[in-house]
Design a protein around this ligand. Structure first.
Ligand SMILES: [Zn+2]
Length: 252
């Protein structure tokens, strides 16, 4: 049960219809796996910790560099050279000491990735490599764990939620068939990215994870894209691909 301090801390959420005490308790019992502690992972980690998610596992193998600080707001000047997962966990705990934030300071693949995904209630893909995105998607589909996927580059970003528990819901590979996208992922290092854009998309990811964990509202469906230069949002329906190599065998 929540003590008086927790009731006070989360009072502005507990008063929300659809959240209330039960939803706040579900957030506290929830476990989010955040893969990537960069531009997207930073707002995701900070907002989920602040909102009262009880457990965060944050994975990132990289160290904080000076060029990251323009947008990766979980890290500070004093964190230069530190592992990003460790730095983000410290920022999450500084916001909410009750949050159990566990750093994984390696690039997780294969069985290690599967084991992490199986223990999570929701997975947030905050990476910027296609190979990572496909591996995370496959692990989530295999484990039946919902995936909140975000991407941001230059002035534009996008969001999609892939929930294998919903028979109608596509997966990442339905949206981006692996043979069509190749291995040519655009990276912020090569293409640049506007600082607040990653905050916007990462916050959108945190909104979806919040709903999945608390039980409030309905999950986002399809694909949302945002063009920062025009300020335009667009929404696309994404059908499930019956020939998808990843999810076609899933029960329909
Ligand atoms: Zn699929």
């Amino acid at each position: 049960m929540m003590d008086d301090q927790a009731l006070l801390r989360f009072s502005r959420q507990i008063m929300l219809p659809g959240v209330e005490i039960d939803g706040q308790e579900r957030l506290r019992a929830g476990h989010a796996l955040i893969i990537g502690a960069g531009g997207l992972g930073s707002p995701v980690a900070l907002y989920l910790a602040a909102a009262g998610v009880g457990r965060l596992s944050i994975a990132d193998a990289d160290a904080v560099e000076i060029s990251n600080l323009q947008r990766q707001i979980a890290h500070q000047q004093a964190d230069l050279g530190r592992n990003k997962a460790a730095s983000a966990c410290e920022s999450a705990r500084a916001l909410n000491p009750e949050c159990q934030a566990i750093a994984i300071d390696e690039h997780v693949t294969g069985e290690a990735l599967s084991a992490l995904v199986q223990r999570a209630d929701v997975v947030l893909d905050c990476t910027d490599r296609f190979s990572s995105r496909y591996a995370i998607n496959a692990a989530c589909q295999a484990a039946g764990v919902p995936l909140v996927s975000g991407a941001a580059i230059r002035f534009s970003g996008q969001l999609a939620v892939f929930d294998p528990r919903d028979p109608e819901c596509p997966c990442y590979a339905c949206l981006y068939p692996p043979d069509e996208s190749g291995d040519e992922a655009l990276s912020c290092a090569e293409s640049g990215v506007m600082a607040p854009l990653v905050g916007l998309i990462g916050s959108f990811q945190a909104v979806e994870a919040f709903k999945l964990l608390s039980g409030a509202g309905l999950a986002h469906t399809g694909l949302s894209t945002f063009d920062g230069l025009s300020g335009q949002w667009r929404h696309f329906q994404v059908p499930r691909d019956p020939a998808c190599p990843v999810c076609a065998k899933r029960g329909a």
